[in-house]
Design a protein around this ligand. Structure first.
Ligand code: ZN
Ligand code: MN
Ligand code: MN
Length: 279
């Protein structure tokens, strides 16, 4: 049984996300551990943490986190950078308290500075964060990006370079987003392109670092460097790449979450999960 699921809202409390996921038979869910569009949020109450852990245990759902959207560890802007580091520390501590194994992070954007500087800055920042949270278990999963503007992580070699510079390698990993990487120029639609993509992943990063998948179809064309998610099979990716991923034995044990548009009743997730399971 594949670990399939979707991103879940934490409205009403982090524990509610598990209830939502469970109601549509998710085996895994992704959550934010705070407001994803603010630098800081109030701490999660102890009883909410307890309820989250109890539900997690009872349902057996694998829960992983995604960090806030404001964070940019490659930012040359002093204020943004300071806020990003403070916010990341809070993200790691929240996830650790909840017993979450890893949190997905957009590597960052170097803006008007060279990408190579951004890569070094991201690695140094992560090393600093791991030093400040010694003894904690929560990992950081760098997400593959579509490569809009100066964003780092659209090429596997960029992610590989960051990982090479990380001291505590047991706490670093990667989350592969199908929409982003297709937009970044990895043609996972054809059998040949799919194989080439994973050969390059193995060479530049190493498959052992792969921790999770974001399964999203794309509204935009191949190599567009645009990040617009579409329902599975309804976009430019179509069903084939998802069929290959879901039947690839190397990814048997990895959690895979949808990040596709949806309404509060989650009927879109139900439909997408049904399609994925049929593959
Ligand atoms: Zn993301
Ligand atoms: Mn994603
Ligand atoms: Mn995206």
């Amino acid at each position: 049984m594949r670990l399939l699921g979707a991103h879940m809202s934490i409205a009403g409390g982090v524990d509610k996300a598990i209830e939502r996921g469970n109601s549509i038979e998710c085996k895994t869910i992704q959550i934010f551990v705070k407001n994803n569009n603010q630098w800081s949020s109030k701490p999660i109450p102890e009883d909410e943490i307890e309820q989250f852990k109890k539900l997690q245990k009872d349902t057996g759902i694998l829960v992983f986190a995604h960090t806030g959207y404001l964070i940019n560890l490659a930012s040359p802007k002093e204020t943004v950078y300071t806020n990003s580091m403070r916010s990341m520390l809070d993200e790691l501590e929240r996830s650790e308290k909840l017993g979450i194994p890893f949190t997905v992070l957009h590597p960052g954007s170097s803006l008007d500075t060279p990408k190579e500087d951004g890569i070094k800055k991201i690695a140094k920042s992560i090393n600093d964060l791991f030093n400040k949270t010694k003894g904690q278990k929560v990992k950081i999963a760098l997400e593959t990006t579509a490569g809009a503007g100066s964003s780092v992580g659209s090429k596997f070699s960029e992610i590989g370079k960051i990982i090479n510079l990380i001291e505590e390698k047991s706490r670093i990993g990667v989350c592969f987003d199908t929409c982003h990487s297709f937009s970044a120029g990895y043609d996972i639609k054809s059998k040949e392109g799919y194989q080439k993509c994973w050969d390059e992943f193995e060479k530049e990063i190493g498959l052992k670092y792969l921790l999770a998948f974001h399964l999203n179809d794309s509204k935009k064309e191949f190599d567009s460097h645009k990040d617009r998610h579409e329902h599975i099979g309804k976009g430019t990716l179509g069903l084939e790449p998802f069929r290959m991923i879901l039947n690839d034995k190397r990814f048997n044990s990895l959690p895979m979450c949808l990040e596709t548009p949806k309404n509060p009743d989650m009927h879109e997730d139900l439909g997408n999960l049904l399609v994925l399971r049929s593959l």
